[in-house]
Each structure stands twice: as C-alpha cells, then as structure tokens.
Design a protein around this ligand. Structure first.
Ligand SMILES: [Zn+2]
Length: 298
C-alpha cells in the first residue's frame, strides 16, 4: 500500500512536470547595445571606439545568456536581430548552429525584421531609455541626432514599446527586457508586466553604476528563465488601429519635406502627423522618414 501510494505520487509529479515544461518554443531576440552591461559612452558603441571590440563580446554574451536560459526552459528555435548601429555588432560565430541572425539595414520592420506569428515570445536585450526620459543612460528614440519625440495614438513611445507594438501586430508578446534600470522600468510601464533584467543603474546620460559582465549574464539568465516559465501569462501589446504617429524632429527641413507627402500633415515646425493602417505602415514610414537620403549609395 505504501509502495503503491509512493508510485502514484511519483506518477502525479511526472504528469505535472510534463504539463509545466515549455517545449518547442520559438523565441525572437532583438538586441541593441546602449543597454548592455558597462556601456556608458560612444567609446563602447561603434567601430573606432577604443572599447567597441570588447563590448561586441559582451553584447553577444548577453544574447547567449538569454538563449541558454530559454533553451534550458524549453525553447528550441531562435532568431536574433542585430539592431544597433550598423547592424553588424554580434559575433555570429559565437552562436550555436540552430540560431539565425538578421544583420545590417535597411530592412522591413527594422529592429523587428523577421518577426511573424510563428513566434511564442520576444526578448529585448541591451535596450535603452527613450529620448523623453531625463534620467536614462544614452536615452534616445531611434535617432539621438534627429528625433525629439515619437508618439503613437497620443502616447509617448520608447523603442521597446514601438517594437512591442510590431510584435503585437503578429499576436506575439514581449516577455523580457534587459538594460539599464530606467529603460527596464519605462518599458514595463508601457508594455506591461514583462520580466526585467537590470544590468546597470543610470547616474546620468553618460554615466552609470554597472554590474560586471558575468554578473549581468546571470541576471539575464534568471529573468529569462522566469519569463519562459510563465510565458502563457503575457499578452501581446496591441495598439488600436488606425494608428496615429506624431513625430517631432530637431530640424526644420525634413519636417517641411515630409509634409509634402499626401498623407502627412505638418502639426508645427518640428512635428508631422501620419496615420498608418497598422504597425507595418508606421514602421515603414519611420524607416523612410529617418533613413532616406537621395545620395544613399549604392
Ligand atoms: Zn543602439
């Protein structure tokens, strides 16, 4: 009797373990760099910076930390978008063979290129605070040199929330964000109760108190595991359509030229309004508004 009961309990435990495991999940990872552990100035952020090559390693390791934890929790497929600067930061030889990486620009859906409804969840790595935030390290939205504000349906957006809305268009929820404390908090306020991996604390635009790389990877692994374990709880972040974009730019000339387009309205000398039928149209409009120049080569 006693033996039989033990066996029953074991069988019950096995059943609940099976229903709890997350098998065959497909995860999309969008990786930026300003929110990577230790990043505080341009020296870490682009070719020519005296610390850039080392920080490409840290960025790659942070993505791998998320992949390792997600895989251990049951994820089996990964697509990574290299979404910072020239889009060629991640060291692709350091990923396992079942990972694919989206590189360089331009590409449709920008930092979310390749997302579709086949994914189960989205993870943001190395994300930073928005341009409207007075506290974040390297706080900007899409272009620090040119954009002063991006609003969708009247709401101030971060890169994270815009990208969450693109994923939401396909019914895919964001489940985790890593970056500085301000960026993580800001995205949790807009997107909802997603997991947050804080790897540094802002002390100004150009300064932060940071974890070491290894300690940062551990935080990312822990929060990713939590996210995968409760992946059924997350809701896609969906904006009501049609979507109204209000884009404020630093300079007068792009505002004036963009306002010549038939469905663009000039709100004031620094702001245009565009209404898109969905996030695809909004994302493509932003890509053109920010990226187009007649002398682009080749
Ligand atoms: Zn970036």
């Amino acid at each position: 009797m006693k033996i039989r009961m033990t066996l029953c309990l074991l069988a019950l435990a096995a059943v609940s373990a099976i229903s709890y495991a997350q098998d065959g999940l497909k995860i999309y990872i969008s990786a930026d760099m300003e929110g990577v552990v230790g990043v505080v100035t341009g020296e870490q952020l682009g070719p020519g910076g005296f610390e850039y090559e080392r920080f490409r390693e840290f960025m790659t390791n942070e993505v791998n930390a998320a992949i390792d934890a997600a895989r251990a929790a049951g994820a089996t497929e990964f697509v990574i978008s290299d979404s910072h600067g020239n889009g060629q930061n991640l060291l692709i030889e350091q990923f396992s063979d079942d990972v694919t990486v989206i590189r360089s620009w331009p590409r449709e859906l920008a930092m979310m290129a390749g997302i579709d409804d086949s994914f189960d969840g989205v993870i943001f790595i190395g994300y930073h605070a928005s341009t409207n935030n007075t506290r974040g390290v390297r706080a900007h939205t899409m272009s620090s040199a040119n954009i002063t504000s991006v609003r969708l349906n009247g709401m101030t957006m971060t890169e994270g929330s815009m990208n969450a809305a693109i994923a939401g268009h396909f019914g895919v929820p964001v489940i985790m964000v890593s970056g500085g404390d301000v960026a993580v908090a800001e995205n949790q306020v807009i997107i909802g109760d997603i997991e947050g991996a804080v790897v540094k604390w802002a002390s100004g635009f150009h300064s932060a108190r940071t974890l070491t790389p290894e300690a940062g990877y551990e935080v990312i692994r822990t929060r990713t595991k939590s996210a995968i374990d409760r992946i059924e709880e997350f809701e896609p972040y969906v904006l009501e359509t049609p979507i109204e974009l209000e884009l404020s730019l630093k300079h007068y000339r792009p505002v004036e030229l963009l306002s010549y387009l038939p469905n663009v309205e000039k709100v004031n000398s620094h702001t245009i309004r565009f209404v898109g039928k969905d996030m695809i149209e909004i994302s493509n409009f932003l890509s053109v508004a920010i990226g187009y120049r007649i002398d682009l080569q080749p």
